[in-house]
Each structure stands twice: as structure tokens, then as C-alpha cells.
Unconditional design. Sequence first.
Length: 353
Amino acid sequence: MPQKVRIALDAMGGDFGAAVVIPGAAIALSRHPDTEFLLFGDSAKIAPELDRHPRLKAVARVIHTDVAISMDDKPSQALRRGRKTSSMWLAIEAVKKGEADVAVSAGNTGALVAMARFCLRMLEGIDWPALAAIWPTRRAKCVVLDLGATIGGDAKHLVALAAMGSALASVLFEKSRPTVGLLNIGVEEIKGHQEIREAGEMLRSMNLPQLDYIGFIEGDGIGKGEADVVVSEGFSGNIALKAAEGAVRQMMDLLRSEIKASWLAQIGYLLARGAFRVLRQKIDPNNYNGSVVLGLNGIVVKSHGGTDAEGFARAVDVGYEMARFDLLTKINQTLNRDGGALASAPVAQEALS
């Protein structure tokens, strides 16, 4: 493990740029004093923010660029305009050059995934990247992937997601053999698209020692905490994420409306204020900020673009843990060294019929 964890930050990414990135980094530093930062962006905008945080300034280096990727840029536009010059690219490139252990950005998701794949390349045995995030459940937390980095995918891709997700869960949850479920429209083996059924057969026959495949789970099984890792291709995973976030916001809005509806409800709220505070903390998206772009030959973390300083600090925390506990080695171990497990994966019987 490195003596210091070196984190490269896209200081211009997200809705608020340096105004959130710098104080967020300062919060993360208070939790992880063995951290050093490379800050990529407009030095004229970074410097005033950095002056407010002398402890961070002492362990940070600013690399100036006035090129920033817009939240509206298409991935192809971002690559043409920002390759080798933008704050996002330079933060990723620092990982490639070995100058940083992890890159964190709150910028355009599509651009970040495209740049990271182009710059860092994919791990041996992995064809497509995936976005993985922490999801709160009734029991504790789980890892859900892919949340939209890659749309579609065959059975081998789903097996790769399972392997990478279990490696991530082993780091985050300190479990030697996380449970893994495939998101499906039912738990019965005959249900779902062919690639999902094939992936289930492959995971059972491979019996990877680093994960415990438990079968299919339905959408409500995510919140129930039925598995440590929930695997889906990116289209379905992104819909599940947005639906869950929308449901949380709707529930909180309805709750606020009902509390304001009568003085009895307001008295009840005052009596149960502590419980409501705990509930808010458990479902606040900022507390689970930080999606890891898996499958790359390097560690990249995506923060929500509209998060606040505490939320961005959470994303930096995720990057710190990925670097400190050597996520890439764990992924390769799960894949049986350089993708060997996937290369030797048996073809599902149904695929031969």
C-alpha cells in the first residue's frame, strides 16, 4: 500500500467547480491526513478557495488549465475539445502517469467515462466500463452496477460486472466472499432476457472463490438488502437508480406537506424529530456519493455534479479507500489473474441450442 494516497481532482468539474471541490477536499483531508492532492483547473479560481484551507494548501499542488468540460458536452465533443488540455483529462492522465493513485471528478458523466476509457484503457479480460455505486438498504449497504456507463451487454459482460462488483464490495464492506445477485424481472430461472439467464448459468458453473452467487433478485430486493452486490446492464441499472432517487424525493416532499398540514402533525414531528433526522441521514444521496468507474486500468471516481462540499468529500473518501486497499489487485484476483476466469468461462447450454 502507498505511504501517501495521491488524489487528482478535476477542480472545474460539476455545477459549482472549485467552490465545492476545494472545501470538499479539505473535509476529506481531515478524515484522511495521509492524503496529497493534485488540483487541475483554473488557478485564478482555485487559489482564493485554497487560501481558506491552509491545511489543504500545504499538501496540494495546482496544475493550471483554463479548459473545462461542459456538463452539456457530448463524449465525442469532450474528447475532441478537451483531450490532453482539460482539467478532467489531466486528472485522469495523472493516474496513467503514476502521479496519482485515483482521479475524482464531478463533471459530465459520459465525458468522464469516455476519457477514462480512452486514456487508461481497459483491464485485461474486461471489454466495457461500468459505473458502480453504494446503495442504502434495510440491512446495511450494497453495491449496484452498472448504473449507465455501458448500455446493453452479453452474458460475459454481466459476469465481468459480478466479478468487479464483488471486488469493490470486498473493499467497502470488508467481506471476503460478498453475495452477488443478478437483477431480473423474477427469481425463477426461466425468466428474463437470454443473456441474464446465461450469465446466471455461467456464474454457477464457474463458482468463483471470491464471490457467492445467489441467483436472480427483483427490483425490490435491492432495498431489502438481499445481496451485497446487485448486477444489471447499464440501461436497467440507470432506470432503477433514477426511480429510487425519485421515490426518495417524492416521499420526503409528501412527508413535509403532511407535517405542515395541521398543528397536530407538527407536534408529532417535534416529538419524533430525532427519528426523522436519522432517516434523512440514511437516505440522503450525498451520504452515498461517489460512483467508481470499474474495468479501467486505473481508479476513477464520479461525483454527483450538483453535490455540496460534504457530498464531494464522500466521493473523495471512496477514491481514498479504493487506492488504499488496492481495488485493481482485488479485481484481477477475482478474474483469476488478467481475465483468465472470463476467458475460460463455459458457454451456457442455452446459447448452444
